[in-house]
Design a binder for this molecule. Structure first.
Ligand code: PAF
Length: 287
């Protein structure tokens, strides 16, 4: 049976016929699938009757045309990988025209301030683009659960905010970062690096781990300076930001408070490839 569709109408018709009374899990992607995506698909598969995934490189979330042009595209391999998990996974691969018609533009959202820092600051318009396409996809698929990876930690919070404000009855499931054997966070963009560069890029994850160590004896401002200094000595890494956000409101912090949870987030351009990563930190203080 055909389970690969390019148009919204075909996908809706299929789901209307085959998902009655069944739970739907949805994994939106931009393709160039890796083990991180596979882990989302497998989780969706164990938790739902029907699994839908989309492969769509969304132009409105790229503020940099070159980044969009260079974004890897490996559709045939992606389809094979999906089939290896299960031939029952429904795949949606629309064109830009299908998703946007003639109007390739983002809507404007109020993301309760979550979008004002980090990726939002470094990539203007990025989260409006993400919001626009995720809203459209969620409305087409109407899943019970949608799965997002924690590597794009800020995106995950943006999507949760979106679903809340649109009052969509969808549970957003966050899934842990999957790393390469050396510790580098899995990303479609890693395919643009050689193995030697990937080994070198572990410096990013090592820096996050070092930050955890240093956080015990340094306040957030000192910590930021130490990490910035570390990167300033490495000519091949262009640090875009290293930031410390409180997980409650995602605002950058100036002090650590006892037993609160934080996220250390980093973005780096390395050999023209933009890489992001993050790690959780709890400021344990024993009285
Ligand atoms: O994380 C991604 O791959 C994309 O931002 C998403 C959620 C598929 C929207 O284009």
């Amino acid at each position: 049976m055909k389970r690969h569709f390019n148009t919204k109408e075909e996908l809706r018709d299929y789901l209307n016929l085959h998902s009655n009374e069944k739970s739907i899990g949805f994994v939106p992607t931009m393709g160039a699938l890796h083990m991180g995506h596979i882990s989302l698909l497998k989780k969706a598969f164990t938790e739902n009757d029907v699994v839908v995934t989309s492969i769509f490189v969304n132009p409105t979330q790229f503020n940099n045309q070159e980044d969009l042009i260079n974004y890897p595209s490996t559709l045939e391999d992606d389809l094979k990988l999906i089939c290896e998990i299960s031939e029952e996974i429904v795949v949606f691969t629309p064109s830009v025209q299908e998703m946007y018609q003639e109007n390739v533009r983002s809507k404007n959202y109020d993301f309760e301030g979550i979008d004002l820092y980090l990726e939002g600051l470094d990539r203007p318009g990025h989260f409006d683009g993400v919001g626009t396409i995720v809203e459209e996809l969620l409305r087409i698929v109407s899943p019970d659960k949608a799965y997002f990876g924690e590597k794009d930690f800020q995106q995950l919070l943006i999507v949760k905010s979106l679903v809340k404000q649109l009052q969509l009855p969808i549970e957003i499931i966050s899934c842990p970062i999957v790393r390469e054997a050396n510790g580098l966070a899995m990303s479609s963009r890693n395919s643009r690096l050689t193995q030697t560069q990937r080994d070198r890029a572990v410096f990013i994850y090592d820096s996050l781990n070092l930050a955890i160590e240093l956080a015990k004896n340094n306040n957030p401002q000192q910590l930021k300076k130490l990490i910035e200094q570390r990167f300033s000595k490495e000519a091949d890494f262009d640090l875009k930001y290293f930031e410390i956000a409180c997980v409650d409101n995602f605002l950058p912090v100036t002090e650590f408070e006892a037993n609160k949870h934080y996220r250390f987030l980093i973005a780096v351009v390395f050999h023209d490839v933009r890489l992001i990563d993050n790690i959780g930190y709890t400021h344990f203080v024993i009285n």
